[in-house]
Design a binder for this molecule. Sequence first.
Ligand SMILES: O=C(O)CCC(=O)C(=O)O
Ligand SMILES: [Fe+2]
Length: 329
Amino acid sequence: MGVEPPFFEKYKAILQSSTEKEKFSTIEVFEEFELPLIDLSGLNLGPFERQKCIEQMDKAAREWGFFQIVNHGIPGGLLDRLKYEQMKVFHLPFDKKAEKKFLNLSAHSYRWGNPLATSLRNLSWSEALHISLKDISRMDECNKLRSTIQEYARKANLLAQKLAEHLAQILGIKPNYFQENCSPSSSSLRMNRYPPCPFSSRMFGIIPHTDTDFLTILSQDQVGGLQFNTDGRWFSVKPNPKALVINIGDLFQALSNGIYKSITHRVAANEEVERYSIAYFYCPTDEVVIQSCSEPALYRNFSFKEYKQQIERDVKATGDKVGLSRFLW
Ligand SMILES: O=C(O)CCC(=O)C(=O)O
Ligand SMILES: [Fe+2]
């Protein structure tokens, strides 16, 4: 029984019907870019170093919406163990992964490709296990997958809260905002696997998108492929084995009234090697209403639930997320 999702069968019709122009307009590739690298050990030094570290994060969140952190407090050994469990679960037979109650998680936790795609540029060559942390206590252990996720999620939650609080402080948002509005089970964790893709010049590993959260903590391997867009240009993020990548999500952009940027990013497909990444999406509980921290507000108030429902409707209708622009005044 094969491990790979049936990409070929599913995408055959779109690949065959795509125009010659679409087929031969290959995806542009850009130079690798070293994201700002912030050493979080500064937070535990004197007030001067601490302030400098917070200002570096603030600057990166405003200018790039992306930065990298080292000395973040998540042990390398834990990240290695998580990656090992991740590889094992993705190497189960496809039929098993696609079972309705796979690992006793909610329906659609295991996802692959983009079933709603209508054109070549909407196709993605990847599979993912998207775990709402609400489900974690009833998830099957599956070797040591569940317990390792639990261990990681606890640490990632504290790290995300700390980063969010430092950024919020600069914007004048009350210090306990995130403690009040987020809980360890309101966030989610997405494990991604990008199998080698024979059409790597024509489709993505993940199509361009912004993240639906306050911020994302991303652990990626050494393969590379993550790219982000600034002023219409695409940059590739150079992998750093010691660093975690942080990116601002839509909710922080709205909360900060557009000061922090939720940047469009994507993952390039790779013809030769498989790639793994793990994204921790730091989210509030569903009923939390996101309100801009300053006036005049760019966006109308919306609850997290309302935001997710709008995305679901847009994805159903067009195969793609519209996102924050729907909520502009
Ligand atoms: O795999 C990556 O580097 C990024 C994944 C990502 O953007 C996501 O899961 O939202
Ligand atoms: Fe993302």
